[in-house]
Ligand binder design. Sequence first.
Ligand SMILES: [Zn+2]
Length: 144
Amino acid sequence: MYTVTKKFSFCAAHRLPQLLSNHKCSKVHGHNYDLIVTLYSEKLDKDDFVIDFGELKQLQKWINKNFDHAILVYEKDQILSKIVDQFPEVFKVKRLKFVPTSENLAKYFAEFIYGKYCNDIPLSAVKVELYESKNNSASYIYSR
Ligand SMILES: [Zn+2]
């Protein structure tokens, strides 16, 4: 199995509303996220690549547009939704159908990236490792 790995970064804020209010992660805070993406393939393309690294550059653009300097808001988090809706000029909002834990975000990115590239290259799997700090990460492996 061949793999290629590329690292992406973004800054974002979030809170985890499912936690009790005495848990520090229930409060709005931010992370300098590192997103390490690995594509798995049993075959190489005509240039003997899994994928040209240049092709992956568009992922950073998508990340910048949707996630960088955004606040990640769980759509059922009524308190945070109310606040960001009240001050649209203050917040770049990324609404999510899931609580923005690193685990859920890793799954979201892995599924998105698999879907984006699976028609162009014979992908066996996509692994996403999401670091929310130097020492803490969560991973998800999406395979068909
Ligand atoms: Zn956090």
